[in-house]
Design a protein around this ligand. Structure first.
Ligand SMILES: [Zn+2]
Length: 247
């Protein structure tokens, strides 16, 4: 596929970012990566809205594109990894697949997975309330969004991937992530650094990253309004993008 620039980015509050289509969703929607100005290796890849019900993460990524010029960073951004889900307000893509259970890692399982419905009260986050049912896909890596993201990462070879989710409020480093960066993200947002999530996530994106030898950070924000999310999370994420690996 030619990596043609799509969309008129100039005049759209974005300074220098180039939007490229890196694939299409199950429903045929353009998957877009925003590339920095500098040629050469990217400094990292930030991904948001892999779960469509976590719309605030896409809005945070968009705010980063507006606040950090493409001339100031070597990071690339995918603000919406799951546009089907974002449009439908669902965790899953248009085929009912949780993309974060569809990656071809050794942990992939053919069983449906169950998660909490979005917006559930924190005190109701107990096992029997995991009523949001997802398919892991007909096979590992079956979904076009999964295939496209893998191809993008294999093309860009980012030294680090930061994957934004909600609502767990944590920073989870995976693999050989610079300690200073983890500490600075944690400090800037007041997020705890954890070593694992509480529940098994077969076929998760992060498991695939680990197997591919690509350091990753899961960055989970809280359920909150956008002003609060921006105030808490953008300073640290902006500093990460501007540091270009110096943190
Ligand atoms: Zn998520």
């Amino acid at each position: 596929m030619a990596h043609a620039t799509v969309g008129a980015v100039t005049g759209n509050l974005l300074d220098g970012w180039r939007a490229e289509e890196y694939g299409r969703s199950r429903d045929g929607i353009s998957l877009r990566v925003f590339m920095p100005q500098a040629d050469g290796p990217v400094g990292g890849l930030l991904i948001a809205a892999q779960h469509g019900e976590e719309a605030a993460t896409a809005l945070l990524a968009r705010r980063l594109l507006e606040r950090v010029s493409a001339h100031e960073t070597h990071w690339a951004l995918v603000p919406v990894a799951n546009p089907d889900g974002l449009i439908n307000g669902t965790r899953q893509n248009a085929a009912g697949v949780d993309l974060n259970r569809n990656f071809p890692s050794a942990t992939w399982l053919p069983d449906d997975s169950f998660t909490y419905p979005p917006g559930i009260e924190p005190e109701r986050r107990v096992l029997e309330n995991r009523t949001n049912r997802s398919s892991p896909g007909e096979r590992a890596g079956s979904e076009p969004e999964t295939q496209a993201l893998i191809a993008l990462i294999e093309r860009l070879r980012p030294p680090l991937v930061l994957d934004i989710h909600s609502p767990l409020e944590l920073v989870l480093p995976l693999g050989d992530v610079p300690t200073r960066l983890v500490e600075s993200l944690s400090l800037a947002a007041g997020l705890p650094v954890v070593e694992a999530l509480g529940a098994p996530c077969p076929g998760a994106f992060d498991a695939w990253l680990v197997e591919a030898g690509i350091p990753g950070i899961i960055y989970e924000v809280e359920h909150a309004g956008l002003p609060a999310l921006c105030a808490r999370h953008l300073p640290g994420l902006e500093a990460m993008m501007r540091s270009n690996g110096a943190l």
